[in-house]
Design a protein around this ligand. Structure first.
Ligand code: PLP
Length: 460
């Protein structure tokens, strides 16, 4: 049956239309309710078109439109993309990709029962706090650890748990906005802590911290500036000296590291990013950092330090509200194991990317160029820079090689790359669209190149 429907004949009733064989199949795949909804929408639209434009629409057209409508309604909106931008920790692109081991650990606990809060030896209730935290203490030599939902939550919990209605001393040069509305002063206010700013925008002295003790603060708080640099006439006392002043007054020093590197970025031609171990050695009583920045794991907020302080945070009502979920805990533990086994550089994707040499990237970019040339696509390999991103190492770049193509309309070209599934994210440099092999996984290469070749008509 392929009746032509036009202005002279009304469309079939929805219920009757749903009796068709193809419609019954769609109903089975997508469910009755949703199929009914899509059918109503498509038939309404068809009626409108027939009335106003005198269009001819067949029933097969309608079935096809309904299927498309259903596919649109049921496609996930959160999907993978190919990151050819060269920004390793791209906050908009989900920050750190997980290692294979971390992914497998997450999958294992996601679709089965687990001993999340069950002590298998005693056969009774255990604690979810046990899993990742044991490895964290081993790695950092901290007395205790606590994992929460993200680092913003960690900062909030530390301030609410240890400084509510009390003064917290922080340098003016550290009253930062991390992005996405996370501002240190605002978080302080939310936590109920009273902000006591010391020093000036560019300079803070140890004496400023000493004077602030008059305010009877609950803690000294040091925040990593993360996404910007202050250069020129600047000064901040070293962490160990701030710790000394805090400890003489019997108050804790808390350090928000932001990225929380466990490996030294300076070994890879970058500036030195403050490391977790260093902050603890310098005398920080608590440090907190993200799970999905330079650690290279899942979203999470990690708090490390003195047992008495961590214990206080565990018992705080907010701890329950910001706790980490089992899938993240499994992935985090597996990620931390890479560090414990001294294999992070080989297994954690963001560290593999950071450590890739320019020569290796240059070889890959040239392979891409040759492959494209065989498809008749003109491209060049040029020098460029990758960045770490994700609120770490502001202004720091890693030399890289870029594949560059010159489309007639660069913006339009980027847009079309984004319309692929998975979408492809590249960037524009001087009218050229450039692709950085550093952030492209090897198994994404042929997909990426075919997508570029498919747009050859637009390349000058
Ligand atoms: C990124 C960052 C945060 C927020 O961490 P999330 O894990 O994104 O919640 C907090 N403080 C600093 C200094 C940061 O760099």
């Amino acid at each position: 049956m392929n009746d032509r429907l036009d202005g002279r004949r009304s469309l079939p009733a929805v219920e009757k239309f749903l009796q068709r064989g193809e419609m019954k199949q769609l109903s089975e795949v997508y469910g009755r309710q949703l199929t009914l909804l899509a059918t109503r929408e498509v038939l309404d639209e068809a009626r409108r078109l027939i009335r106003h434009n005198n269009l001819v629409i067949t029933e097969d057209d309608l079935v096809r439109d309904i299927e498309e409508n259903l596919i649109r309604r049921t496609s996930p909106s959160l999907i993978p993309v190919v990151n050819a931008s060269g920004v390793i920790l791209h906050t908009n692109l989900g920050r750190a990709p997980l290692s294979r081991e971390a992914m497998e650990a997450a999958v294992k606990v996601a679709c089965r029962y687990s001993n999340l809060e069950y002590d298998l030896v005693k056969g009774k209730r255990g604690s979810r706090l046990y899993h990742a935290e044991k490895i964290l203490c081993q790695l950092s030599s901290a007395e205790a650890a606590l994992v929460v939902n993200n680092n913003a939550a960690a900062v909030l919990l530390v301030l609410a748990g240890l400084a509510s209605r009390r003064a917290v001393v922080i340098a003016r040069s550290q009253l930062v906005e991390i992005g996405g509305g996370f501002r240190i002063p605002d978080v302080m206010r939310q936590s109920g802590a009273k902000l006591v700013e010391v020093g000036t925008t560019n300079r803070v002295h140890l004496e400023d911290y000493r004077s602030a003790l008059e305010q009877k603060p609950a803690m000294f708080f040091v925040a990593h500036r993360s996404n910007f640099k202050i250069i020129g006439f600047t000064k901040e006392p070293p962490l160990d000296e701030i710790a000394q002043v805090a400890h003489q007054a019997d108050i804790p020093l808390v350090v928000d590291l932001g990225s929380g590197a466990l490996l030294d970025t300076a070994s890879y031609g970058l500036a030195h990013e403050p490391m977790v171990q260093e902050a603890l050695q310098a005398g920080a009583d608590l440090v907190c950092f993200s799970g999905d920045k330079l650690l290279g794991g899942p979203q999470g907020g990690i708090i490390l330090g003195k047992q008495v302080l961590v214990e206080k945070l565990r018992r705080h009502p907010l701890a329950r509200a910001v706790r980490a979920d089992k899938v993240a805990l499994a992935a985090l533990s597996a990620t931390l194991l890479h560090y414990l086994k001294d294999e992070a550089l080989q297994k954690v994707p963001i560290w593999q990317m950071i450590a890739l040499s320019k020569e290796e990237i240059n070889r890959r970019a040239n392979r891409w160029r040759e492959w494209l040339a065989q498809c008749g696509v003109q491209s060049t390999v040029i020098d460029g820079v990758s960045t770490v991103g994700g609120g770490s190492l502001p202004g720091e770049t890693i030399p890289t090689a870029l594949l560059a193509v010159k489309p007639r309309q660069a913006e339009q070209f980027l847009k079309q790359l984004r319309q692929n599934h998975p979408a492809i994210i590249a960037r524009i440099e001087q009218d050229r669209v450039v692709f950085d092999p550093r952030t492209v996984f090897i198994d994404e290469e042929s997909y990426l190149l075919e997508a570029i070749a498919a747009l050859r008509g637009q390349i000058a």
